[in-house]
Design a protein around this ligand. Structure first.
Ligand SMILES: CC(C)(COP(=O)(O)OP(=O)(O)OC[C@H]1O[C@@H](n2cnc3c(N)ncnc32)[C@H](O)[C@@H]1OP(=O)(O)O)[C@@H](O)C(=O)NCCC(=O)NCCS
Length: 158
């Protein structure tokens, strides 16, 4: 029997388990293209430090997905100002969405995206923009299913 997944705002006590998942996300990207995606030493610690700071900011939202007490995924987004370089007016940005491997394809990712979109819209975002690695077709399918359309293609030369 699978316990229901509950999504709520992350608190200081959630930082460590979230940072562990975030580190997986960092390693996953680095493994695919190390010339583009960084990997630092002690990435859990570094991410935890960053997340603690973000939790204190009114423009940031961090959500955790929990099965009982167990964290199975998280999402992180922020409100951003107008960006002339990107031709992008004030917007909400989704930076991370991650679901633990063994809990995938049960709707947790979709619930996290729906919840972070709702939170950013509630905070005033008129549009929401995110980036996903070009080869990450699973994530792209999830985001398209949640109403996102492809808009920019980043290119890197090493
Ligand atoms: C992408 C990710 C968050 C999806 O989480 P999830 O809990 O498995 O997603 P859901 O079960 O809610 O999937 C919702 C829909 O998205 C699509 N989808 C999700 N994963 C998919 C995959 N691997 N392949 C194809 N479609 C996929 C499907 O349409 C799915 O609906 P369905 O299961 O009814 O077919 C998860 O695979 C993950 O954490 N991946 C590694 C991190 C990552 O890539 N994050 C996003 C970039 S920041």
């Amino acid at each position: 029997v699978t316990e229901e997944v509950r999504i709520r705002r992350a608190q200081e006590g959630d930082v460590k388990p979230i940072a562990r998942l975030a580190a997986d996300l960092v390693r996953m990207h680095h493994a695919v293209d190390p010339g583009r995606f960084l990997l630092v030493d002690r990435v859990e610690e570094g991410y935890g430090w960053w997340l603690s700071r973000e939790l204190a900011r009114a423009e940031a939202v961090v959500l955790g997905a929990f099965r009982g007490e167990h964290l199975v995924g998280y999402a992180y987004g922020t409100l951003e100002d107008r960006d002339w370089n990107r031709l992008l007016d004030a917007h909400g940005a989704v930076h991370d969405v991650y679901v633990e491997t063994s809990h995938r394809r049960h709707g947790v990712g979709r619930s996290l995206v729906v919840a972070i979109v709702a939170a950013l819209e509630h905070m005033g975002a008129a549009r929401i923009v995110l980036s996903t690695m070009v080869g990450n077709v699973g994530a792209q399918a999830l985001f398209q299913a949640c109403g996102f359309r492809p808009t920019m293609l980043e290119m890197t030369r090493s």
